[in-house]
Ligand binder design. Structure first.
Ligand SMILES: *[C@@H]1O[C@H](CO)[C@@H](O)[C@H](O)[C@H]1NC(C)=O
Ligand SMILES: *[C@@H]1O[C@H](CO)[C@@H](O)[C@H](O)[C@H]1NC(C)=O
Ligand SMILES: *[C@@H]1O[C@H](CO)[C@@H](O)[C@H](O)[C@H]1NC(C)=O
Length: 475
């Protein structure tokens, strides 16, 4: 990621360029000098990327709304936001139990080693502080991610996120999402009322809604054909055995002075994820990071993206079709808000805040046609895909958010120009795939997605028995 700060930091910020000086001094304030190893890899952490990776200015000021070109929202003089729907991935989390178990395994392997080997010995002494019961829960940094996101959104949309508003909160049943929702409320409370006040928003109801936030669990066809299908990830498995991964494995085995047969792609990925968790959760440059070069990181990023692509992305059509239910719910509420606006009624759901997963956002973005590469991601086109659009670290880092804003525009030339829509991904305007523009007339949008709106029905798409079991849904 080219825009990311800083490479090796100088000991003293004596660099002449004003901007660079500013970045360096602020980066030093935020983190020790030794951060450079972790931060040279941090653009490649895929779904385990910290949110600051996509908006680096937040490292300096977590409440900043970013450079002016992020703020191309429609002018409030002509257009008023009527409704905001935010789909928010939970904040920074701890590793899952499975990831923690694999890390213990790798750590024990290094501890049991007798040959003198500086890197392995350093890692053997590393304090294995992760406990199995942390199992994917929201980390303290994850609470901050959510509080600060809430405060920024309140500053970005003061007319909508206002004290007397009704907020509709919904969440996946997973603990980290429910906690994210609570932390977001706390941030909103702070933004709207200055201090945690009598009206304790943290304790207000969050509706648990797995039907919308974890649609993938409820889609039988997805579960059978993809999730539980041992051959569905064959591209991922092939890449794990392929030449790029083999080179990384051999290098890491040599560094750790272990036979290459003691390692595999999963263990190496575990070490890489540990580097990412230590940076995201504790803001430290972990010794695990020193195992990897930037080229290794690119290979491991591709491994992560391949899995996302085949499990949540364009790889199989059912991945995205299963999100129709959420897509249609979004349009149902847009439609309702427009109907209410047309009959001069108050908008019943002006602000809808929903907390889910990378797996919630990614299929929906794919259904809408975002981040589509000309060719599929496969085990053998790593080089060709170096400049791919489908990079999950840029799309769904922790705390990633997809926001639909419906506007009512007064000075419209005709009735169909009255309602307009913008989409923000991670607080930046996202150009629509069909037009390349960052705003769309509501009628154009509805027309563009007419087929999905009319013909994609969750129950039919996801039913196994009614559809043919020949694999016509590939690519
Ligand atoms: C599993 O995935 C493979 C590859 O896409 C496909 O050929 C096969 O039909 C799938 N099996 C099931 C049970 O869906
Ligand atoms: C299943 O496949 C058969 C033969 O290819 C086709 O005639 C039929 O319309 C298909 N059914 C569905 C529900 O797609
Ligand atoms: C569907 O699968 C069943 C059993 O696996 C098989 O007997 C049948 O021929 C398949 N139907 C189609 C249309 O492929």
């Amino acid at each position: 990621m080219a825009s990311y700060c800083c490479g090796p930091l100088p000991g003293r910020p004596s660099v002449p360029l004003l901007l660079l000086l500013l970045r360096v001094s602020l980066a030093q304030k935020a983190a020790p000098v030794s951060m450079s190893a972790a931060t040279s890899l941090s653009g490649y952490f895929g779904t385990k990327s910290r949110y600051e990776e996509v908006n680096p200015y937040l490292l300096q000021d977590p409440l900043s709304l970013g450079p002016p070109d992020h703020r191309l929202l429609l002018p409030s003089a002509a257009c008023t936001p009527l409704q905001l729907r935010a789909l928010i991935r939970h904040g920074t989390r701890f590793p899952t139990e499975k990831q923690i178990r694999k890390l213990s395994q790798l750590h024990r392997l290094l501890q049991s080693q007798e040959r003198p080997c500086p890197v392995a010995q350093q890692l053997a002494r590393w304090d294995m502080w992760y406990q199995p019961d942390m199992d994917g829960r929201l980390a303290p940094k994850g609470r901050l991610d959510m509080e600060q996101l809430a405060r920024r959104l309140a500053a970005r949309f003061p007319g909508l996120l206002a004290p007397q508003r009704r907020f509709a909160f919904a969440s996946s049943s997973k603990h980290r999402c429910v906690e994210s929702s609570a932390a977001f409320r706390k941030g909103l409370q702070l933004a709207l009322h200055g201090q945690p006040s009598a009206r304790d928003m943290e304790n207000e109801e969050t509706e648990i809604n797995d039907k919308l936030m974890r649609f993938f669990d409820h889609c039988e066809k997805f579960v059978t054909r993809v999730e539980k299908n041992t051959t569905a990830m064959y591209q991922v498995d092939a890449f794990k055995q392929g030449p790029e991964m083999k080179r990384v494995l051999e290098k890491i085995a040599a560094t750790l002075c272990v036979p290459v047969r003691d390692l595999n792609a999963d263990l190496v990925q575990t070490a890489f994820f540990t580097c990412s968790f230590e940076l995201a959760i504790k803001n430290v440059n972990s010794p695990w990071c020193s195992l990897f070069s930037e080229d290794d990181a690119k290979v491991l990023e591709y491994l992560n993206d391949l899995k996302q692509y085949w499990k949540r992305g364009y790889g199989y059509e059912i991945n995205s079709r299963s999100s129709c239910i959420l897509f249609q719910d979004i349009f149902k509420h847009l439609e309702k808000a427009i109907a209410e606006s047309k009959s001069s009624m108050p908008i019943s759901s002006p602000v809808i805040l929903q907390f889910g997963h990378a797996e919630t956002l990614q299929p929906l973005l794919v259904l809408m046609g975002f981040f589509k590469d000309k060719e599929p991601l496969t085990a053998n086109n790593y080089k060709k895909q170096l400049h791919r659009k489908f990079r999950s670290g840029h799309i769904v880092p922790y705390a990633s958010n997809l926001i639909f804003v419906l506007y009512h525009c007064d000075q419209a030339k005709g009735p169909e120009e009255e309602y307009q829509v913008q989409i923000l991904l991670n607080e930046k305007l996202l150009p629509f795939p069909h037009s390349g523009k960052t705003v769309s007339l509501y009628t154009d949008l509805k027309n563009h997605y007419k087929d999905i709106l009319q013909n994609c029905h969750f129950s039919e798409e996801c039913e196994l028995s009614k559809t043919n079991n020949t694999s016509t849904d590939e690519l």
